[in-house]
Design a protein around this ligand. Structure first.
Ligand code: NDP
Length: 485
């Protein structure tokens, strides 16, 4: 009888795949310069692939210095003739239009982003695309109110922005960069990441649909060399970069002494701190969301779990139970929690760091889960017995790998959380408001979440300290980076 009941309760998910039909991917894409599509001057191109299947999706033009020159000249022309002199009320109309079209075409964007990036459709549908639209709505509201933003009576734009973005949130990062820049009256040359160019190229179609004047936004695809040519271009007035600390340092050096304004959003190694009075079930959800959201490809991921020693065993046991329920697989299936790793290169990096964790003596655990035979995949992984000197406690893994450390007192939690060259984000789980405030004051992190994690809102500034970069994106603070204040 018990057997019969157990079998009756052994429910399985039925596949719930989102249709690909809503997206049409062209065999090749050019560069978007001055409102026109054009091949690279050199004729060079590269392939973008679906990381879940390794299927080639399209060939993408690879911009060289001559193309970057043309894009910067187009942005300069549009800045001087159209966008710079345009009243804020008029600029706002374009931004509202872009936001509305993104909402209208959200399903198309969500599917495309999942295919090109490997992230689950549940996340692109519920997080990436709605937040991208929300950023345009939010900054549209500022475009005609800049004199009330607290930067003096008549803050003006800076000029042409060179914006380089990573592959972990391709459309959302484009929105974070473009919305404040355009609201403030700047024009832009945007360089998407090599492995995820398709949503930025679809955004070019949205800009055309919104009748944004030619040259206000130019999109140059390519690899790191294209980004390097863009940030070093003498026609750029402002550099905005999101990506690795290593490239951020190289860009700082390239820009030093040129008078260009610069903001950098770099890596992180955030502590997610769980006290013994925390609501444990909520904290478990926060831990899972903190490190396994977007396969851990998140700069502010809660990759170091600091748990109070008295509840460590309980938290780890419940965490393992919860991880056993996560579903890894087809990113287009609406039931999927963990999608594909974005690239072979990133998979190798995660694999190497996880091996280092084992070699240094930490205990490795993953739930049993089936790994698809094609594509790039990494099972959710938890390391216990981690000490602060281990590489997995110090280096940004940028994958679904959690390092668990313990502490006894709040002072020890602060000391361990701050023992990192980064300073982007942190999480605190406790029922005491006074402890949250005490901790938040002591943690050296740009964003501190309390009893939640990975919450974003366009009105809330985001950015780091130390090797996590400088400058803020989002909110009123995000405008400062694009205004002559
Ligand atoms: P990068 O920092 O190399 O990439 C970010 C963007 O910069 C991409 O568009 C990239 O182009 C471009 N780029 C690369 N080199 C240069 C350069 N010299 N000058 C200007 N632009 C450049 O990150 P990766 O994709 O190589 O990832 C490496 C590691 O960085 C990851 O493992 C992860 O740890 C970390 N990372 C952190 C991110 C964060 O938000 N904190 C985001 C992405 C990565 P292209 O894509 O063509 O190389």
């Amino acid at each position: 009888m018990a057997d019969v009941v157990a079998r009756a309760l052994d429910w399985q998910y039925a596949p719930a795949p989102e249709s690909r039909d809503v997206v049409s991917i062209a065999p090749e894409y050019g560069l978007f310069i001055d409102g026109q599509w054009a091949p690279a001057a050199s004729g060079d191109s590269f392939a973008t692939i679906n990381p879940a299947t390794e299927e080639p999706l399209a060939r993408i033009a690879s911009a060289g210095t001559a193309d970057v020159d043309r894009a910067v000249a187009a942005a300069r022309g549009a800045y001087e003739r159209v966008w710079g002199p345009m009243p804020g009320t008029e600029r706002a109309k374009y931004l509202y239009r872009i936001a509305r079209i993104l909402q209208e075409r959200s399903r198309e964007f969500a599917v495309l982003e999942s295919i090109d990036n490997g992230k689950p459709i549940r996340e692109t549908r519920d997080v990436d695309i709605p937040l991208a639209a929300a950023h345009f709505f939010y900054y549209a509201g500022w475009a005609d109110k800049l004199e009330y933003a607290g930067f003096g009576p008549a803050p003006g734009p800076i000029g042409v922005a060179g914006q380089v973005i990573p592959w972990n949130f391709p459309l959302l990062m484009a929105a974070w960069k473009l919305a404040p820049a355009l609201a403030a009256g700047n024009t832009s040359v945007l360089k998407p990441a090599e492995t995820t160019p398709l949503s930025a190229l679809l955004l070019a179609d949205v800009l055309r649909q919104a009748e944004l004047p030619p040259g206000v936004v130019n999109i140059v695809t390519g690899a790191g060399d294209t980004g390097a040519a863009l940030v070093a271009h003498p026609g750029i007035d402002k550099v905005a970069f999101t990506g690795s600390t290593e490239v951020g340092i190289a860009i700082s050096k390239a820009v030093a002494g040129t008078g260009k304004r610069i903001t950098l959003e770099l890596g992180g190694k955030a502590a997610n701190i769980v006290f013994d009075d925390a609501p444990i079930d909520q904290a478990i959800e926060g831990i899972v969301n903190g490190i396994f959201f977007n396969q851990g490809h998140v700069c502010c991921a809660g990759s170091r779990l600091l748990v109070q020693e008295s509840v460590a065993d309980l938290v780890i046991e419940r965490l393992k139970d919860r991880l056993g329920t996560l579903r890894l697989g087809d990113p287009l299936d609406k039931n999927t929690d963990i999608g594909a790793i974005n690239s072979r290169q990133q998979l190798d990096k995660i694999t190497g760091l996880a091996a280092a964790g084992e070699a240094e003596g930490a205990q490795r655990w993953s739930p049993s889960c089936e790994i698809p035979s094609r594509g790039y995949w990494f099972a959710p992984t938890v390391f216990t017995g981690v000490s602060q000197s281990h590489r997995i406690a110090r280096e940004e893994i940028f994958g679904p790998v959690l390092s668990v450390l313990t502490f006894r007192t709040p002072d020890e939690a602060v000391a361990k959380a701050n023992n990192t060259p980064y300073g982007l984000s942190a999480g605190i789980w406790t029922e005491k408001g006074s402890r949250i405030l005490w901790m938040a004051q002591k943690l050296r992190a740009g964003v501190v979440w309390a009893n939640t994690y990975n919450r974003f809102d366009p009105a809330s500034p985001f950015g780091g300290y130390q090797e996590s970069g400088f400058g803020r994106e989002g909110g009123r603070h995000g405008l400062a980076a694009y205004l002559n204040v």
